[in-house]
Design a protein around this ligand. Structure first.
Ligand code: FES
Ligand SMILES: [Fe+2]
Length: 369
């Protein structure tokens, strides 16, 4: 069954008041970014926030660790402490913890038996594609998203400072892949109000990803031969015609996007974006910008400030959305077939995730394939 054959009306009308809450609970079973890897080069510790849980991210013995940011002694923030001999020391009374989270030293009483409860809660952690990722659940459902060109010596990658929005991560992510808004919110830059139509496009599930836009392989995007697409203006992407051509999207469920955009002359512009749910209605966004041209580091700032300008245009719209949490019921908001295809398929998958551990979804989502 194709998406266009899929009814969006009465079959999806079983309003479920707990779908968004279930989704939020399920998010603990996925990888989310908590810091840029560069922030851990000196070892840390650095504080982070994920799903309402204050975390401390630290490098001990070369390995990244993510703990609850809570000393077992008096509940102070471990992120206020420091690394010493590959252990994390709390600054309040000097307790130290090893890479496994177990307390190894209580300076006020050397030689005392260390209680087994003197430990830090530890979570899954990975250092991958320039980001530190954490998973608070017992077993991550999907692999860590991969920015495939991150280590390509021909690609220069620069990070944009992380930023916090008063919006749910799913709302923020959906905005990032919303084709119809480019002509309106980013008129003259990423779109054109005189050409607001969104062409038909395919959306496919591949493993843990949704793929759409051109090119299923990031090695080679097929030539389009069209004028006015994917233009480059001062090295920055600039769209005047259709807004999907020359872009290949990989959306790693639930909140990461790798966009690879072809510009004239064999140039590629890339965004690796991940929104972390810091709470049910708040998120922190991490963005890495890649390019295989204009490799002079002095030009990094141009790419960062361009993205900050785009993000500034998006922010008031996304933060104004009500309800703040993205509805996982397709009938809760109006979907336009063809145009909103990415959102429809994305929400359908989020709904499956929401009800994964809760039998009795009144309206199980269908597969896209
Ligand atoms: S609160 Fe951390 S050592 Fe006392
Ligand atoms: Fe936007």
């Amino acid at each position: 069954m194709t998406l266009d054959d899929t009814p969006l009306g009465p079959e999806d009308s079983h309003l479920d008041k707990t779908g968004e809450k279930l989704l939020y609970e399920e998010l603990q079973n996925f990888w989310h970014p908590v810091a840029y890897a560069a922030d851990l080069e000196s070892g840390g510790p650095v504080p982070a926030l994920l799903l309402g849980e204050p975390l401390v991210v630290v490098r001990l013995g070369g390995e990244i660790r993510v703990f609850r940011d809570l000393c077992a002694h008096r509940g102070t923030a471990m992120s206020l402490g420091w690394v010493e001999d590959d252990q994390l020391r709390c600054g309040y009374h000097g307790w130290t913890y090893g890479a496994d989270g177990l307390c190894t030293e209580i300076p006020a009483r050397f030689g005392t038996r260390i209680p087994s409860r003197a430990r830090l809660a530890s979570y899954h952690a990975q250092d991958s594609s320039g980001l530190i990722w954490a998973c608070l659940g017992e077993e991550p459902r999907f692999p860590v998203p991969v920015f495939g060109d991150f280590d390509d010596p021909d690609v220069r990658v620069v990070s944009m400072p992380a930023y916090d929005w008063e919006s749910a991560a799913a709302r923020r992510l959906e905005n990032y892949v919303d084709f119809a808004h480019f002509a309106w919110v980013h008129d003259g830059i990423l779109g054109d109000r005189t050409q607001p139509e969104v062409p038909d496009h395919d959306v496919r599930r591949v493993g843990a990803e949704l793929r759409f836009g051109e090119g299923e392989s990031y090695g080679e995007l097929p030539p389009t031969g069209a004028e006015g697409r994917g233009q480059s203006r001062d090295g920055l992407p600039h769209q005047t015609g259709t807004i999907i051509a020359d872009k290949a999207y990989r959306l790693f469920m639930p909140f990461t996007v790798w966009l690879k955009q072809r510009l004239p002359g064999g140039q590629y512009y890339q965004l690796f974006f991940a929104a972390a749910p810091t709470g049910p209605k708040t998120c922190r966004s991490f963005t890495q910008i890649g390019r295989n041209y204009d490799l002079d580091p002095a030009l990094d700032e141009k790419f960062v400030s361009f993205n900050e300008m785009i993000v500034g245009q998006d922010r008031p719209w996304v933060q104004s959305q009500r309800p703040e949490e993205l509805p996982v019921d397709l009938s809760a908001e109006v979907q336009i077939r063809g145009v909103d295809r990415v959102a429809v398929e994305y929400r359908r998958w989020l709904r499956e995730i929401a009800f994964a551990s809760s039998p009795g979804d009144p309206d199980p989502s269908e597969s896209a394939e």
